[in-house]
Design a binder for this molecule. Sequence first.
Ligand SMILES: Cc1cc2nc3c(=O)[nH]c(=O)nc-3n(C[C@H](O)[C@H](O)[C@H](O)COP(=O)(O)O)c2cc1C
Length: 193
Amino acid sequence: MHRKHSLLDLLAGRRSTPSLQLSGPGPTDAELDAMLREAVRVPDHGKLAPWRVIAIRDADVARFGEWTAAHHAAVDPTLPDAAREKDRLRYAHASCVLVVVASVTPGHKVPECEQLLSAGCVAFSLLLAAHGLGFAAQWLTGWAAYDAAVHDQLGLAPNENIVGFIHIGRSTVEPPERVRPDPTAKLTHWSPA
Ligand SMILES: Cc1cc2nc3c(=O)[nH]c(=O)nc-3n(C[C@H](O)[C@H](O)[C@H](O)COP(=O)(O)O)c2cc1C
């Protein structure tokens, strides 16, 4: 019972820290290894392991932000300066961004949506693992997650998609709790008529 309560406490304490409030240091190599080792222990129909993770760390996070901002401005010359700055700043704070990639096998008997869900579990497990190690984190997507040139830049194959950018760092502020859905309103019970 004690172990179960510990997990519920971990779930209850997790919340996102907005990426703009993150700072360094990010996870060490050993912490990153530990997070990944546990985060890949996800439900996975057919043992396809239909996901992978690309780590962008330290100075490369800002470089990625500069690249995405420049790319966005190049494809949309009317992009307001404020939007370009928002692109750049999005990757200017976290010390580590883990790109969770769904590597889906099309036409497999395990439906693509189930493979995608397994990849989503990896992303959430990474949030939990980061929280468990005392890091602050946020799962973001934004336009970059769906942009073909960003996919090329990150070396994604045609069957791959970005499930999320997991921004990880430290935070000195306690992230504000947001209003959570009422679980009783989300639960119904079925029994045979
Ligand atoms: C797939 C996915 C993509 C998300 N993308 C964004 C995003 O681009 N921008 C954003 O502000 N929040 C985004 N969020 C929401 C945050 O990650 C987070 O869930 C929310 O800010 C607070 O919830 P939490 O405290 O339970 O983590 C996304 C969430 C999911 C599941």
